[in-house]
Design a protein around this ligand. Sequence first.
Ligand code: PMP
Length: 430
Amino acid sequence: MASTPPSHGQPHRTPPQQHGHVIPRHPRLDPLADRYAARTHGMKTSEIRALFSVVSRPEVVSLAGGMPAVTALPLDAVGSMIGELVSGMGAQTLQYGSGQGDPRLRERICDVMALEGITDASPSEVVVTVGSQQGLDLVTRVFCDPGDVILAEGPSYVGALGVFQAAEARVRHVPMDDDGLIPEALEQALIECRANGDRVKFLYTVPNYHNPGGVTLSEPRRQAIVDIADRYDLLVIEDNPYGLLGFDREPMRALRARDAQRVIYLGSFSKTFSPGLRVGWVLAPLAVREKLVLATEAQVLCPPSLTQYAVARYLDTQPWREQIKLFTELYRERRDATLESLDALMPPGTTWTRPDGGFYVWLKLPNGLDSKLMQPRAVNAHVAYVPGIGFYADGSGREYMRLSYCYPEPDQIREGVRRLARVIEAELDL
Ligand code: PMP
């Protein structure tokens, strides 16, 4: 492995530091500034959303956003399927539905999870959500009070950090290496949290093709983490949107397949079908499921009927496994273009992960270069990436960046990496 994300030793006693674009609070800029709830004070634009205006410029090669390659879907077939759904099923497709989600879709979700070894899931334990992002929010609302501690990989998915921050929970990062989360480091963190009297609510982990780390939790570590969870009575949130997007192997067995009581599983159709439909799910023990349904009813009443029916019909009538294979072939080609270009062009001392699935490479700059400070020069050179600090709750990660290969064509990727290598070389010469 080329890169080991850094360890962050001490638990955080204060709320996460702010960076990025914080919402203005000065009364002259915003007359309601002194009325907002405390939880809004740390809300900020994510490093990714802050880049939107830059990456939409045609001259910029964006290795920033994690947008799935939806143009590879059979758009005409999907369009006709949705049209027929409305004409065939009628008004029901345009009506409110159950808070827990469509029963037929929940059955099909159980079939999808069986591909990762979850064979005992019942549709009654599934809650359909507006993407797994809403699932993350629901689980956090149900479990976390302000000041509670969440253990999460360092680095972690930026959207999860946003949810944890909005709940005023404190994130303590646990380091990863090439084989994913390090079990010994998890145990150490738990021991230290106990000694501090911290209320640890759960471990949040992305075991497959990590966002942004690009690494996958190895088979032995999966068991080790489930064993630690058992010993320390730790709840685990397994966030798994990329599990079926492996390039060289069958899907790995989920943590949830090893422990049905301690592991709450989050799934999504955003990467295997379409992110625009916003359909995800949570699989949780019945008592937790009850709370999740109450929380989702308070938030959105019910998930959208039309898109749930669309996903269920897609799974029933379209060759979705072949489509996933097509997606992975396309992503594999883009991963290859990325790694070959990095190998050929990056200056010595630069290191990066070598993903075998998913969307992301995590790159470490040489000589302590700062990816956030370097960003304006990269944008001038017409290449975009996401600075590493967005993926830490504590402001660290400056020498890292996330590169996404899911969206640009291989030739654009090669050009983007060439531009990036030149920018890094110029920084080293300063
Ligand atoms: N978890 C992870 C790790 C992700 O990368 C993403 C999307 N980038 C999500 C959750 C949310 O995805 P969605 O809401 O589209 O299902």
